[in-house]
Design a protein around this ligand. Structure first.
Ligand SMILES: [Zn+2]
Length: 102
């Protein structure tokens, strides 16, 4: 049997206001708008049908927490996550924004 070892995706450092930073998966770096007060990265979705929707990523893996089956939990490692990560986020949930020009 041919097995493939998949490494955990590398994260990149995202600089926020107040010179704080969070680590985000590479795929999320371009979509990230900031982090909530708990340090969870928030991205702005660019794919239909969720264009413009703000989504919090899980602290464990930087994955999203919801899926079409309604299960709330990390989509990558299936850890339990806080419920609010599975709900749509709003502008006021952005505690620290991505520093422009960092
Ligand atoms: Zn996880």
């Amino acid at each position: 049997m041919n097995t493939t070892v998949t490494k955990q995706s590398r994260r990149v450092r995202l600089v926020l206001e107040e010179n704080k930073y969070v680590l985000v998966p590479k795929w999320a770096a371009e979509l990230a708008v900031g982090a909530d007060q708990y340090g969870n990265v928030i991205i702005r979705e660019t794919e239909a049908p969720f264009v413009g929707q703000l989504i919090g990523l899980t602290a464990c893996c930087g994955a999203t927490a919801t899926g079409c089956d309604g299960y709330t939990g990390c989509r990558k490692c299936y850890n339990e996550v806080q419920d609010y990560l599975g709900a749509p986020m709003f502008e006021q949930d952005i505690y620290l924004r991505v520093k422009v020009g960092a």
